[in-house]
Design a protein around this ligand. Structure first.
Ligand SMILES: [Cu+2]
Length: 107
């Protein structure tokens, strides 16, 4: 699977905005720090938060009830990947999960 791509289709079934950041520990830490220091707090109207491409990972921000799709290319399989929502307070409330890729068995 090295060098492949994975499509994520995400639905915000909650009552508030959430995000999904896919990446390794450095990417998750970078978004956590960037959003914690944003004024007004993320995902407010401004400022727009962005990180350098090597620390960006895949980030989808969703309003309540919204569905979005994103592609993760050239997956860094060497590092453990996780999903995180770094809107202040959300990680502390448990919005983090590990990513596990499963390759279907050959027919
Ligand atoms: Cu969230």
């Amino acid at each position: 699977m090295r060098g492949g791509a994975v499509e994520f289709r995400v639905i915000d079934g909650g009552l508030v905005a959430h995000e999904m950041v896919v990446g390794g520990p450095e990417i998750q830490a970078a978004w956590e720090a960037a959003e914690a220091s944003a004024t007004p707090p993320a995902p407010g109207q401004s400022p727009e938060i962005s990180l350098t491409p090597e620390l960006a990972g895949l980030r989808l921000v969703l309003a309540s009830g919204e569905t979005r799709t994103g592609m993760l290319h050239a997956m860094p399989l060497e590092a453990p990947l996780s999903l995180g929502c770094h809107i202040p307070g959300h990680t502390a409330e448990g919005m983090v999960a590990q990513v596990r890729f499963v390759v279907p068995a050959a027919p």
